[in-house]
Design a protein around this ligand. Structure first.
Ligand SMILES: Nc1ncnc2c1ncn2[C@@H]1O[C@H](COP(=O)(O)OP(=O)(O)OP(=O)(O)O)[C@@H](O)[C@H]1O
Ligand SMILES: [Mg+2]
Length: 340
C-alpha cells in the first residue's frame, strides 16, 4: 500500500510543487497586503531615476512595538545633484540610527513590491543597499571590533556605485578621537568626490566638526535631530531638520541610563577640562576646515587635565590656615577675589 501511495504522489509531484509555490506567493502577498492595510502604508512610485523621496516615513518595526511613545514620522530627500550625502548629527538617543534604518528598510520593501510606512514615496531603484551599523567583532578569526568596522567600510568603498544606497552609522568611533574623525571625514569626502561611487549616503556621526563638509562640498547636506533643553534635561522631539548639532548630551543620557551620580559629576568635570583644551582662543575649535588642526601645538591625544601653573592655586597652597587670624583670612580672601 505504501509503495502504491508513494507512486501516486510521485506522479503528481510537479503539480504539488507548483501548488505549494503558488500558495507561498499568495501567503507573502496577502501578508504584505494585510499589513499595508492595517498600518496605513502607501504605494510608492518606483522608477529608474536617482531620487529617493519619502514623506512622513516611519520605521516599520519600531512603530509597531512602541507602546509608550508615539512614533514621529520623518521626511527624506536623497538624489545625485544636491542631496547625495546627508551628515546626520544630534544627541545620543535622538533617533539618528532609527531614521537611517527606516530609509533603508523602506527602500528595500518598495523594491520587493510592498507598500511602505509613509504617506507618499518616490523610490529610484537602487542596485544595492550597503550598511555599516552596530559594533561587532570576530575574535575567533583574529579580527577586532575596529578591524571589522574598517573591513566593512573598505568593502563599501570598493563596491558602491552611483546607484547604491549607503547607511553609515558612526564610522570611526572604534578608535581614538582624532583617528576616528580623520577616517570619517576622509570617507565622506571620498564618497562625494569619487564619480564612480558617489552613492546616495546617510552618514550619522558625533564628530560635529564634520558639519563643515557641507560648506565646501556641493552635494553634502547637514541634518540634525531636534531636541529641547529644559532644566538640565533633554526632551527628544525626534524630528529630523536641516542643520548641524553642536552637542551630544552624552552625559545627560548616561545619567538617564543610571550611571552612579559621582561618575556623572566627575564626567562633567572632565568634559569641562577637555573642552578647555580642545578649543583655541575665542572658543574656536582646533579642528578647522579640511579636518586639520589649525593651530599648534598638535598633541596626539587630548589633554585630560589642565596642568599649567595657576597663580591662584600657588597662592592657596602657600596659606597655612592654622596660623591665620580672622582678619588676615579676610584680607587673603579679598586678594584672591581680586586675582580672579
Ligand atoms: N521617530 C521616532 N519616534 C519615536 N521614537 C523614536 C523615533 N526614533 C527613535 N525613537 C526611539 O529612540 C530610541 C533611540 O533612537 P536611536 O537609537 O535611533 O538614537 P541615536 O540618535 O542613533 O542614538 P546614538 O547616538 O546613541 O546612537 C529608539 O530606540 C526609539 O525607541
Ligand atoms: Mg545610533
Amino acid at each position: 500500500m505504501f509503495q502504491e501511495i508513494r507512486h501516486q504522489v510521485a506522479g503528481q509531484g510537479q503539480r504539488i510543487a507548483r501548488t505549494a509555490d503558488c500558495l507561498a506567493t499568495l501567503d507573502v502577498l496577502s501578508a504584505l497586503a494585510e499589513i499595508a492595510h492595517e498600518r496605513d502604508y502607501c504605494r510608492p512610485v518606483i522608477d529608474d531615476g536617482d531620487r529617493i523621496f519619502i514623506l512622513e516615513g516611519r520605521h516599520p518595526v519600531i512603530e509597531a512595538v512602541m507602546l509608550s511613545e508615539r512614533f514621529v514620522p520623518n521626511d527624506v530627500l536623497l538624489d545625485t545633484d544636491e542631496n547625495q550625502l546627508l551628515i546626520i548629527t544630534g544627541p545620543n538617543m535622538a533617533g539618528k540610527s532609527t531614521f537611517m534604518r527606516q530609509v533603508a528598510l523602506m527602500t528595500l520593501m518598495a523594491q520587493m513590491g510592498s507598500f511602505i510606512p509613509a504617506t507618499e514615496a518616490h523610490i529610484g531603484i537602487v542596485d544595492r543597499i550597503f550598511t555599516r551599523v552596530g559594533a561587532s567583532d570576530n575574535l575567533a578569526r583574529g579580527q577586532s571590533t575596529f578591524m571589522v568596522e574598517m573591513m566593512e567600510t573598505a568593502a563599501i568603498l570598493r563596491n558602491a556605485t552611483r546607484k547604491s544606497l549607503i547607511v553609515l552609522d558612526e564610522i570611526g568611533r572604534g578608535t581614538s578621537t582624532f583617528d576616528g574623525v580623520s577616517i570619517a571625514w576622509a570617507v565622506a569626502e571620498f564618497l562625494h568626490d569619487t564619480e564612480s561611487c558617489a552613492a546616495k549616503t546617510l552618514f550619522a556621526t558625533h564628530y560635529h566638526e564634520m558639519t563643515e563638509l557641507a560648506v565646501t562640498r556641493k552635494r553634502i547636506k547637514n541634518y540634525t535631530v531636534a531636541v529641547r533643553e529644559w532644566n538640565d534635561q533633554i526632551i527628544f522631539l525626534r524630528k529630523i531638520t536641516e542643520g548641524g548639532a553642536s552637542h551630544s548630551y552624552g552625559i545627560q543620557v548616561a545619567r538617564l541610563a543610571g550611571l552612579p551620580l559621582e561618575v556623572i559629576e566627575r564626567a562633567r568635570e572632565i568634559l569641562r577640562n577637555l573642552e578647555k583644551g580642545e578649543y583655541g582662543e575665542g572658543g574656536v575649535p582646533r579642528i578647522a576646515k579640511g579636518g586639520k588642526r589649525s593651530d599648534a601645538p598638535v598633541s596626539p591625544q587630548l589633554q585630560l587635565f589642565d596642568e599649567t601653573e595657576d597663580p591662584l592655586r600657588k597662592r592657596l597652597e602657600a596659606i597655612t590656615i592654622a596660623t591665620l587670624t580672622p582678619l588676615e583670612a579676610l584680607n587673603i580672601l579679598d586678594q584672591l577675589k581680586r586675582m580672579v
